[in-house]
Write a protein that binds this ligand. Structure first.
Ligand code: 13P
Ligand code: SF4
Length: 362
């Protein structure tokens, strides 16, 4: 991993208005060679400069279609920029404005631990296992999954991915988000007793031989530190205080919250649901605060609030701020590429298999 580029004092000390002005100038000077992508969870002063705003996979697909762009500045987190690098042409350069913008969930599945788990599950000889990895995972995990015949999924197509896997095998290993795996499988009709939780810091994942051998779905013990803040008590508070308010949550929320919510879906689904709702409707949304705040600004005729009273901010997304964007663009304008994300060739080839299998199920 490269060392994150530190911001020069000169950029650090600029007034906010000047930062925004200089980003506009740098963007203009780079013209069509530059493509700025902004994930839904980015802060407003970054999103205003994005050529496209979207979810992680949608943005990678856009990057792949915009072949005229030499430099793709991905305002999101590390795994998203890696996916963009895998899906774009080798002559396109993907840049993450702050290399320390990781994803705590993706970091919960490390390659040596996942390989150990995979080997252990296969040593049992109790039915073919097909692995699925949520796109919120490192390129190395995607490559492992791709190599052994598995696929990636997003929060929009996790159900299709589980179907795909169970048409080709008898059991599924689902990485790294236990909640997306559990919530999706339960909605597909698999009872909780058919699922086992693999805890990578325990020998044999903390499971007995019998538990391991009989589980239909083995869920990796990963979770999103932002979405786990939403609690059942938040749902109960909204139901009590405002019974007309509909509760709309991301499937990275825990099982109990998802069970009690009215609507469950990806960031794209959350946006579409609010967009299509009538003026005057009320929504309590269980996802990252920047997206909830943007929806509230965009639809002032609806009542939109976060499901939690605690601010659910993705701190790593937030590291990509206007100053880091400015420094990245000004370096590019001077011919210097900083904070490049480049997946090595072998990893790229195998990870691409897992991503391509996912793209086929859509
Ligand atoms: P999307 O796949 O909807 O972009 O969500 C990514 C994410 O990090 C959700 O926490
Ligand atoms: Fe990762 Fe959660 Fe942030 Fe999404 S919101 S990037 S899953 S830490």
């Amino acid at each position: 991993m490269q060392t994150p580029e530190t911001l020069p004092n000169e950029v650090f000390e600029l007034a906010d208005a000047e930062v925004l002005e200089r980003i506009s100038q740098a963007k203009q000077s780079l013209g069509r060679d530059l493509l700025i992508l902004g994930h839904h969870y980015q802060q407003a002063d970054v999103i205003r400069f994005a050529d496209f705003v979207g979810d992680s996979l949608g943005l990678s697909r856009i990057a792949a279609q915009q072949s005229q762009a030499k430099w793709i500045v991905f305002c999101g987190v590390h795994f998203m920029a890696e996916s963009a690098d895998i899906l774009t042409d080798p002559q396109q350069t993907v840049i993450l404005p702050d290399l320390s913008a990781g994803c705590s969930m993706a970091d919960m599945a490390r390659l040596p631990d996942a390989q150990l788990c995979w080997d252990r599950l296969n040593s049992l000889g109790s039915g073919k296992i097909v692995p699925i990895t949520y796109v919120n995972s490192s390129a190395a995990i995607k490559a492992l999954v791709g190599r052994v015949g598995g696929l990636c999924c997003t929060s929009s197509n996790a159900a299709g991915a589980i179907h795909w896997a169970l048409e080709r095998g008898e059991r599924v290993l689902f990485l790294p988000d236990q909640h997306l795996g559990r919530n999706t499988a339960f909605r597909l009709g698999y009872p909780l007793q058919t699922m086992a939780l693999w805890e990578p810091d325990k020998p044999d994942g903390g499971l007995t031989q019998e538990q391991l051998a009989k589980a239909k779905l083995i869920l990796w013990n990963g979770y999103c530190s932002v979405h786990q803040i939403f609690r059942e008590a938040d749902v109960e508070r909204i139901r009590r205080e405002s019974p007309q308010t509909k509760i709309l949550v991301h499937p990275e929320c825990c099982f109990e919250v998802v069970q009690k919510a009215d609507h469950i879906g990806s960031t794209a689904y959350i946006i579409k649901t609010v967009e299509q709702s009538p003026p005057g409707s009320s929504w309590a949304i269980g996802t990252e605060v920047n997206l909830v705040a943007r929806l509230a600004r965009r639809y002032p005729d609806r009542h939109i609030q976060s499901l939690s009273l605690v601010q659910c901010l993705c701190a790593t997304m937030y590291r990509v701020d206007p100053r880091h964007l400015l420094h990245t663009l000004e370096c590019l304008a001077q011919g210097e590429i900083i904070n490049r994300i480049q997946v090595d060739e072998a990893t790229r080839t195998d990870a691409r298999l897992a991503l391509d299998r996912m793209l086929e199920i859509k």
